[in-house]
Each structure stands twice: as C-alpha cells, then as structure tokens.
Design a protein around this ligand. Structure first.
Ligand SMILES: [Fe+2]
Ligand SMILES: [Fe+2]
Length: 251
C-alpha cells in the first residue's frame, strides 16, 4: 500500500495545481492514497470550507493541520464533520487529533501533533499525547504528522517512538529536508517541505519578507505567485520504504 503525503499546501494556486494534476501524479507514482498538510491553504493561513471541499474532490483522503488550524474562523463551522485532523495536543479544541480510516480492510490512523520548541504554542506534551493515543487506539498502521520547528524535537520524537509507529513526518518549516530514512522500523523525514510557490520565502512574497527583516517593522505579506513546487514523500507501508517527492509545475 503506497501513500503520497504532501507537505503544507500554501495558497490557492498550489491547491489548483494539485487538483488538476493529482490523478496523473497518483498513476505515475503508483500510490493508493493521498494525505496532505493543509494549514496554509487559505491565503497562507488556515482553511476555509470551499478549499476544504476542493481538497476532498482532489481525492486527498485526510488533511492534517498545525499552528494555523484556527487562523480562519470559518473552520469552526465544519471541522467536526470533516476529514481534518488538528493537533491532538491542543487543549480542548474542536475537531479531532487523529483519524482512522479503513483501506481494503486495513486500518490506517493519522495523528497530528504540534511541537513546543520555537512555536510559541501552549499545548500539551506531544510525547505524552502520542503515548496515550497509541495505548488507546488500535490500528494496523500509524502515521504521525509532527508539526514542529526544531529539528531536535522532531528527531527526539522519532527516537522515542521508533518501532511503535510506521511513520513520523515533520511539517511546518516549509523547507524539505534530505534526511528521509528508517529509524528502527519507523519511516522518518524531518520536514516534508511545502506545496506552494517555488520562488518565495516559505510561500510568501519575497520582497515583503525581506522588508520585514531589514526594517524590523511587521509588514503584512501575501502568498507569492509563479511556478508551483510540490513537496512530500511516498510511503510504501507494506515494504517499509520512504521516498522523497519533489516536482515543479510552471505557472
Ligand atoms: Fe505551514
Ligand atoms: Fe505551521
């Protein structure tokens, strides 16, 4: 069973590229299922219903979120009845922190966790949260999206849970790392990268972000335009293999 897991989708242009190419990509990569992180779809922060429905029509079965889960208020109205997984370690937030789906008689559980280092997030311990979920949820496969900034926190999670989960995939930095590997039996990458404008600063307009750094003034920025880069990994759960995925679509 092969799964394409896409990194943070940033902006509408990236979503359009995914929607119009996903059938061909699935066929070419020979994947059965597609999952994605969708915390940055709507203008770079959050997820509204229209975009969520486009994601579902694009045959992405489940989306995980991150620190921008509730950046758009509209999500409160549809998150409960959706295939959206928000970080499991958010205090009493609406929605769910994991989701189990049945694919050909096998249960796959997708879990979202938010890191605590450099994310300014007041969340429960991701280690204890994952431990509780694994103790309580029976599943054939477990896939974790660890949405975190610090490489050390991501590596610590995989070493703490190696062999207990099938995959731990980092998200949030929007920069794909080249360290895909097996740690014990667990498939791991520090960061999936993003699906968004290639010529950008982690998805946003280059000049406004440079101005922010050079002036010290917070200048609102928008999602950049141009060529769209898709980043992610292909997980082969039966053969326990991970392969990096990167492709550019000219816009
Ligand atoms: Fe993100
Ligand atoms: Fe994030």
């Amino acid at each position: 069973m092969k799964i394409l897991y896409l990194g943070d989708i940033v902006g509408d242009d990236a979503l359009k590229v995914i929607a119009s190419n996903i059938d061909e990509i699935k066929k070419r990569l020979k994947v059965n299922l597609v999952f994605a992180n969708a915390e940055n779809v709507c203008g770079g922060k959050g997820l509204n219903k229209e975009e969520y429905l486009t994601i579902m029509k694009s045959k992405i079965s489940v989306v995980t979120m991150g620190n921008h889960t509730f950046s758009k208020k509209e999500i409160y109205s549809f998150i409960e009845d959706s295939n959206i997984v928000r970080p499991a370690n958010l205090y009493n937030a609406p929605g769910k922190g994991y989701l189990s789906l049945n694919y050909n008689g096998k249960i796959i559980t997708i879990i979202s966790l938010l890191g605590r280092v450099f994310t300014n997030s007041l969340v429960d311990c991701p280690f204890q949260t994952l431990n509780k979920i694994l103790d309580n949820v029976k599943s054939d496969y477990y896939i974790v999206d660890f949405h975190a900034e610090a490489t050390s926190e991501k590596l610590a999670l995989v070493y703490a849970f190696k062999d207990r989960v099938n995959a731990i995939l980092g998200t949030h930095t929007h920069v794909q790392t080249a360290d895909e590997q097996k740690i014990g039996k667990t498939l791991y990458i520090t960061d999936l990268g993003m699906c968004g404008p290639k010529n950008s600063i982690i998805g946003d307009d280059i000049n406004s972000i440079i101005s922010r750094f050079t002036s010290g003034i917070y200048i609102p920025s928008k999602v950049a335009s141009g060529d769209i880069m898709l980043n992610g990994v292909v997980l082969d759960l039966l053969n326990n293999k991970i392969e990096r995925y990167m492709e550019v679509f000219h816009g």
